[in-house]
Design a protein around this ligand. Structure first.
Ligand code: DON
Length: 579
């Protein structure tokens, strides 16, 4: 019954797309938001399963596999498609990370295509002459832009491991950009949130707004013909189609026009880094996650290990003591993040030290004695950041390959700067640097000297694409969107699946909490039972209730049935698919 409804919805959608209207105004009945979303948040497969935040994007994965593509082809095609379907969260003007486990080689790769600071960037670029942070400068507009890495990353990954020709994996995104994508609530709200900046650019005004200057409404269609042309250049010329030629000209010209720092040298010299995943053993399983410039892998493993002796698995996920100790382990991990983490190509990050058993046992002693990490900084009046920007997808196949990838342009609609002619939004990833040690960024995160701005340096990330191997084979692929909550979302999902034996679907649905050391509060989803909230308060935590904390996706292998289960976070629309 549900399937029939879904098919009906999509045939209507594509019929509409066939009309190929230029200016998106028409409302669509049966937008994916109106599908009974329980049918889109969970899927099983014998050959593969995938979960993404894009209803059309997950279908792209299926198409690529049907065309004879392998898991890497599917992941690259999905990355392109989601950047068209969710331009508010990710895009070719951004970057990200991908964890890849390949069965044939029995090897895992951590691919870093994170943006990096332009060569003209410098440490105090966000401070005024009194040494105070200039509000908004690292968040909105051309000064917030770092050099995009997505295209270089996808190109190298495909070149190394892909099977289908490169144009074939770019093609579905070109079609989506030309024909249009359905505007979701989130996209419409994101356009509104960034409208002051977006409306400065004629192309953004034309594409993201109605003729009377309002953000495209939910259920209208967003067509991106200029982006389609850019994608065609990339399909034809590979990464040079983005980092050289007319697209690069347009990018540098836009930056120069706005007084920004991007140069041709920034673009042509961008380098992808192939890194060794952070590895940790937990309950007999191998956790693989992202090393610096992401803080994700180190802190996911650190929190799991620090909390482990305090947790009573048999009491389950909703035990107040389990929650309390997990929150304390988070608090200690984020204090370390602020002090030690940064781009390891530029600063010394004590990666082994932070996960060393002696150090973990020191954290455990501090937790036990009730010692909280020192208050090193004051924080300015924080604003609440409830965004679900950034995007993650997870995939596992029957050959024993697995992929987890998190990609972003950072905040909603990134910097808000669109590249004229090329039709893509530039990121605002520079905000992930520490503008000034001790001053929180948009996610209320504080970081220090290790994460200060420097030319060519990558800003510290929380993105945590994670794979779990059981007996050497992929058992879980996990990841999330939502700034620093990414780390705690992934950690909690791992605890639920590994310790509490929940299925991935329930693990992602369970109420979440988040502690990031500063501010010294436990953020907690409103679905957390009231008695637990009261018990946490009684233990001395200050609680801040949130509608929801982030968005996760995961795929889990069931060795008994031999099937894969894909789950997309029940909190927002997306699509789990399998075959
Ligand atoms: O790399 C990071 O940690 C951030 N730029 C991720 C941004 C994000 O998840 C936005 N969503 N709220």
């Amino acid at each position: 019954m549900k399937n029939i409804k879904v098919i009906g919805v999509f045939s209507f959608f594509f019929l509409f797309l066939g009309c190929n209207h230029h200016k998106p105004q028409v409302l669509i009945a049966g937008h994916p938001d109106e599908i009974d979303i329980s049918s889109t948040h969970y899927a099983q497969g014998k050959h593969f399963a995938i979960a993404t935040q894009g209803v059309q994007t997950s279908d792209v994965a299926k198409t690529i596999i049907e065309q004879g593509g392998n898991i890497v082809d599917a992941a690259v095609a999905v990355s392109f498609a989601i950047s068209v379907e969710r331009p508010q969260s990710t895009g070719i003007g951004g970057g990200g990370f991908m964890l890849i486990h390949l069965a044939k080689e029995n090897k895992s790769y951590a691919v870093d295509f994170r943006e990096r600071a332009p060569f003209q960037a410098y440490k105090d670029m966000y401070l005024d002459k009194n040494g105070d942070v200039i509000e908004g400068k690292s968040w909105t507009g051309i000064h917030s832009v770092a050099v995009p890495g997505l295209i270089a990353g996808l190109f190298e990954i495909h070149e190394k491991f892909g099977k289908l020709p490169w144009p074939a994996v770019v093609a579905p995104a070109i079609t989506l950009a030309k024909q249009g994508v359905v505007v979701t609530d989130h996209l419409s709200e994101s356009i509104t949130a960034k409208q002051d900046e977006l409306l400065k650019y004629p192309l953004a005004k034309q594409r993201f707004f109605t003729s009377d200057g309002k953000a495209l409404p939910k259920k209208s269609i967003l067509q991106q013909p200029e982006l389609a042309q850019t994608l065609e250049a990339i399909a034809k010329h590979g990464k040079d189609g983005f980092y050289k030629g007319w697209v690069a000209q347009a990018t540098v010209a836009q930056s120069q026009k706005l007084g920004g720092m991007l140069t041709h040298k920034d673009l042509t010299s961008y380098e992808v880094q192939w890194r060794t995943p952070v590895k940790g053993q937990f309950e007999g399983q191998t956790i693989l996650s992202m090393p610096p410039p992401s803080s994700g892998g180190i802190h996911v493993v650190q929190i799991l290990k620090a909390a482990q002796p305090f947790l009573h698995k048999e009491k389950g996920a909703m035990d107040p003591d389990n929650i309390h100790y997990t929150a304390l382990a988070m608090q200690h991990a984020f204090a370390d993040r602020a002090k030690y983490l940064g781009d390891s190509d530029h600063v010394e990050v004590p990666m082994q030290g932070l996960l060393d058993p002696a150090y973990i046992s020191d954290i455990q002693k501090r937790i036990k004695s009730g010692q909280t990490p020192a208050m090193q900084v004051s924080h300015i009046d924080p604003f609440t950041f409830e965004s679900n920007d950034t995007t993650h997808f997870s995939m596992i196949d029957a050959e024993g390959n697995a992929i987890a990838s998190t990609q972003t342009i950072n905040g909603r609609m990134g910097s808000g700067v669109i590249v004229d002619q090329a039709g893509y939004l530039l990121n605002n990833e520079m905000d992930d640097f520490s503008a000034q040690p001790g001053t929180p960024n948009a996610f209320r995160l504080v970081s220090g000297e290790a994460n200060a701005v420097a030319p060519g340096k990558r800003p510290l990330s929380s993105m945590s694409p994670t794979l779990v191997l059981r007996d050497g084979k992929p058992f879980l692929s996990l990841g999330a969107a939502g700034g620093p909550t990414i780390i705690t979302q992934v950690t909690q999902a791992l605890l639920h699946v590994i310790d509490e034996r929940m299925g991935i679907q329930d693990a992602l649905a369970a109420p979440r909490l988040h502690h990031q050391w500063r501010p010294d509060v436990v953020r907690c989803e409103k679905t957390m039972p009231a008695d637990i909230v009261a018990l946490l308060q009684a233990k001395g935590h200050t609680l801040e209730m949130s509608d929801h904390l982030g968005v996760s996706q995961g795929v889990q292998f069931d060795p008994v049935t031999g099937r894969f289960t894909a789950a997309h976070d029940p909190r927002i629309p997306g699509l789990a698919a399998g075959r």
